[in-house]
Design a protein around this ligand. Structure first.
Ligand SMILES: Cc1cc2nc3c(=O)[nH]c(=O)nc-3n(C[C@H](O)[C@H](O)[C@H](O)COP(=O)(O)O)c2cc1C
Length: 201
């Protein structure tokens, strides 16, 4: 049985670099045997959604699979998306009311980098965002290719969401200055996009 467990790490080193994770959430293994609906059907139904059921949460199995679709590591030892020069210059963060979490695909875990609730920084211009139970943030330090990497990742999430009856939208509206500080990004890093995921209202 797949189980989530939390553990406290003292000064664990994040794959992202020098940050230390105070708390780690192990994710269940994504179920990679799911095969339907067919890809063409997913492409035919994909759409953006801007109304979310605030009472319906995303379970940890689904969370794990969303993150894996976005930027996980597949059976070829590759990311689920192609990256320029295979530099894999993309980071995926999860915003929750209880803090900000970095997705460490190698360890299949979320690593808490802050207790801050950063959801208000992505909801300033569009209130519907507050109703989504999950918020992904894509960042990069690659001004030339980072946007391409994020685009591949968020389209993967669109397709996974469509397959699982979830709703999502990719967004370029957020407070970049506040997010940069809250995510503890380095000077050269920048926020590319925000992607809420949930169930349609
Ligand atoms: C780079 C980019 C930025 C976007 N920013 C926002 C945004 O800030 N807010 C929003 O509600 N939708 C945003 N969208 C979603 C588009 O409005 C949406 O994809 C478009 O209306 C087409 O709808 P569809 O995705 O359902 O085909 C963005 C899409 C892209 C590709």
């Amino acid at each position: 049985m797949k189980k989530i467990f939390y553990t406290t790490l003292v000064a664990a080193t994040l794959a992202s670099g020098k940050l230390a994770a105070a708390e780690v959430q192990k994710l269940p293994q994504p179920d990679l045997t799911q095969s339907s609906p067919a890809l063409m059907e997913l492409l035919n139904t994909r759409q953006s959604t801007r109304a979310y059921d605030k009472n319906k949460q995303i379970d940890d199995q689904t969370l794990s699979e969303i993150l894996w679709a976005a930027f996980g590591i597949n059976k070829n030892g590759k990311r689920t998306i192609p990256t320029a020069l295979n530099k894999q210059d993309l980071k995926v963060f999860v915003l929750r009311a209880n803090g900000i979490w970095f997705y460490n695909a190698t360890e299949n875990q979320l690593e808490k980098i802050s207790d801050e609730n950063a959801v208000p920084y992505v909801a300033e211009s569009q209130a519907y965002v507050n109703d989504a139970p999950l918020h992904l943030i894509y960042t990069s330090s690659d001004a030339r290719w980072g946007y391409d990497h994020a685009g591949s990742a968020y389209q993967n999430v669109y397709l996974y969401a469509t397959a699982k009856g979830l709703a999502t939208v990719i967004r370029g509206s957020f407070n970049a200055v506040k997010l940069h500080r809250a995510l503890k990004l380095e000077e050269k890093e920048f926020v590319i996009a925000h992607q809420p995921v949930g169930y349609a209202e």
